[in-house]
Write a protein that binds this ligand. Structure first.
Ligand code: PRX
Length: 657
């Protein structure tokens, strides 16, 4: 395999003196010192941090157990509680500090102090206890972005209950699959949600998902009254407010082993079925917290805002756990960046005096576009002088968008382009803003202690400047522990034998700059798409399409998209005749809606093309490379001699307009 880097970025932005002088890691020498510390005594490095940052009920004596690699165990004989590490520890020091500034879709603002949040979490935990939920139970959380979602997650953590948050944009079918895979005993949801000025249902999807069958494990459905809309009710349902009525607002945290699973989070892989990524308690929290210090350089007075929904890993690590564990004040936003207009983010930064802002490149690109057409939504129109640090996550940021974002920060704010994954738990390649020289489009250097590199297909190191596979060569505390219910898939996906079986395969292509060693991510090497920073498996969309009664076969590929990063293009062979004209349009609409129902609106194909067949090799393998080229409108000049049915390419050139 050869991956060519297309990026020849030469602009370099050194950290400003003002920033460096106050930063947690304030120079490259300091970065090197941490790096060397980890190199010389890897376990000692992490053990030191785990002792400094976490509060242990029972201190650990063993740092890393590799006996059953790659099922690594960190700090295994230690005991702690994650929620106590996020809330209880602040009661003495910062009880009246604002933990959350919640801004609703309609602009209403509500502040919650650490003490108040602690009591809310305790009270809700007591409610969960009264439902006989206990340590180790799995609970699905299907809530809109808001205080309750954080309270629900923290309350689970308090009791050692393993939560699995499902993003509110996922369908009833997705919920059904996750309930079954996790063997969940309860769902926490709300009647509906507010988004972009609209009131949308939520509980309905839970009802529909359960009605699809196989969900007998569910004993309770806790419903938060958010919108007041009408919902259906059965004897498993209980209102959130009834559950907590009369419950004490103190609840002793249940101490758990360091390795006790904190949560499962389902994410797309290269087969049809999403993977239940399982994270630990101690190692996970340690990295979430430490990256708040070193990557975000968080200080007591910062107003921090990560725009991710708690339905994604970014919302777990950098909304629910990291910021609370470090004692930050953070904005939690219910709405969307374009409502009431595309100036919403900037207006909120101005009004709340946000100092650290963390968002996705796709959001930035859409706001660039909006700001060009309506100047009143352009960042220049707002006072953004409170900003001191900017961050991005979820997909590569193109240098143009990076430069625009740099202007948002008045050329004063470092930008941390943080590379990581659901599986890594927290940042693994990122600038440290007081130390690292920034290069637009590069996530720069490994986080101290993360032994990340680029290798060839046999796991051999390759010279800088050559593209290859991104791998992590040593285990790290916040790494995925397994795929829930599927340890074999865990090994096959992340520790494949071809690489020697002992290094973690990230699934991305990457290249290191020949002189600086800076990393540039070149995108997924597997059948995973990144649409608006959301991970979608092509097979997952194909199996959704395949479940439609009209579809005989399909192949899904990604196509570069100026705002979304990638968009979904589906090639479909119907059981009946290849449709044309109005009929084709009708079926496109039907199939898009179908995928929306099967997975969620984010997975709807942007474009569907019909063929009598798909381009296949003589051995029957779909030639996706050709389909990707066709989607981009490229002429197929490459070798198609292995293609069984070359004539099909002409048919597939045309999209249904
Ligand atoms: O392809 C990489 C891309 O997002 C994938 C991980 O997706 P997910 O597990 O949903 O987590 C997203 C939030 C952490 C990666 O395999 N990705 C994430 N961050 C970056 C990125 N690609 C380039 N640059 C990044 N900063």
């Amino acid at each position: 395999m050869s991956i060519e880097s297309v990026l020849h970025e030469r602009r370099v932005f050194a950290p400003g003196k003002d920033f460096s002088s106050q930063a947690a890691v304030g120079s490259m020498e300091e970065y090197q010192r941490l790096h060397t510390e980890a190199l010389q005594d890897y376990e000692g490095f992490w053990a030191r941090l785990a002792r400094e940052l976490l509060i242990w009920h029972k201190p650990f004596t063993k740092t890393l157990n590799q006996d059953n690699a790659p099922f690594y165990k960190w700090f295994e004989d230690g005991e702690l509680n994650v929620s106590a590490n996020c809330l209880d520890k602040h009661l003495q020091t910062i009880p009246n500090k604002t933990a959350i500034i919640f801004e609703a879709d309609n602009g209403d603002v509500k502040n919650v102090t650490y003490k108040a949040l602690y009591h809310q979490v305790c009270q809700f935990a007591n409610g969960l206890k009264s439902l006989n939920l206990v340590k180790g139970d799995r609970v699905i959380i299907y809530l809109p972005m808001g205080i309750e979602a954080i309270v629900a997650m923290q309350a689970c953590a308090r009791l050692g209950i393993i939560h699995s948050v499902v993003f509110g944009g996922f369908s009833a079918k997705s919920l059904n699959e996750r309930i079954i895979d996790a063997g969940a005993v309860a769902v926490i949801t709300s009647d509906g949600q507010h988004r972009g000025g609209k009131t949308l249902p939520l509980k309905q999807a839970v009802d529909d998902g359960i009605a699809m069958g196989g969900c007998d494990s569910i004993r309770n459905i806790v419903v938060f009254k958010k919108t007041g809309q009408e919902i259906t009710w059965n004897d498993k349902c209980i209102w959130w407010h009834d559950l907590i009525a009369g419950k004490a607002d103190e609840c002793a945290p249940v101490m758990v082993e360091a390795e006790h699973p904190l949560f499962l989070l389902y994410t797309s892989g290269s087969t049809g079925k999403p993977k239940g990524v399982q994270h630990s308690s101690a190692g996970y929290l340690l990295h979430a917290m430490n990256t708040m210090r070193w990557t975000f350089d968080i200080k007591p007075d910062d107003i921090y805002w990560c725009t991710a929904d708690v339905g994604w890993i970014t919302g777990h690590s950098y909304v629910t756990y990291g910021p609370l564990a470090i004692g930050a004040t953070q904005i939690v936003f219910e709405g969307i960046p374009t409502f009431p207009n595309a100036g919403r983010f900037w207006e909120m930064i101005q009004r709340h005096k946000v100092s650290i802002f963390y968002t996705a490149p796709t959001a930035i690109r859409s706001l660039i576009k909006a700001g060009e057409t309506d100047f009143t939504t352009h960042p220049n129109h707002f006072d953004l002088s409170s900003l001191r640090l900017l961050g991005t996550v979820g997909e590569p940021i193109n240098p143009e968008a990076w430069m625009w974002y740099e202007q948002v920060g008045g050329s004063r704010c470092p930008i941390v382009d943080t590379f990581w994954q659901t599986e890594t738990g927290g940042h693994v390649i990122t600038p440290l803003p007081g130390a690292t020289k920034l290069v637009p489009g590069s996530c720069t250097l490994p986080f101290p202690g993360i032994d990340i590199d680029v290798v060839d297909e046999t796991g051999k190191e390759i010279p800088w400047g050559t593209g290859g596979l991104l791998v992590i060569k040593k285990p790290w505390p916040s790494m995925i522990r397994t795929i829930y219910n599927d340890p074999e898939r865990f090994i096959a996906s992340y520790y494949p034998a071809e690489l020697g079986g002992n290094i973690y395969l990230a699934g991305d292509g990457a290249v290191r700059d020949a002189t600086t060693g800076n990393f540039t991510i070149m995108g997924r090497i597997d059948d995973v798409l990144n649409v608006s920073g959301h991970r979608l498996g092509t097979m997952e969309i194909e199996s959704a399409l395949g479940a439609n009664h009209l579809v005989a076969e399909s192949a899904v590929v990604g196509r570069p998209h100026p705002i979304k990063g990638e968009s979904v293009v589906a090639y479909v062979v119907l059981k009946g005749k290849r449709p044309e004209g109005e009929e084709a349009k009708k079926i496109v609409t039907e199939l898009r809606e179908w995928v929306g129902k099967e997975i969620g609106p984010i997975a709807k194909p942007d474009e569907i093309r019909f063929g009598d067949n798909l381009p296949k090799t003589r051995s029957g393998k779909i030639m996706r490379r050709l389909l990707r080229s066709l989607a981009k409108g490229e002429e197929i000049s490459s070798d198609i001699s292995t293609l069984d049915n070359p004539a099909i390419l002409d048919q597939l050139k045309q999209a249904v307009s």
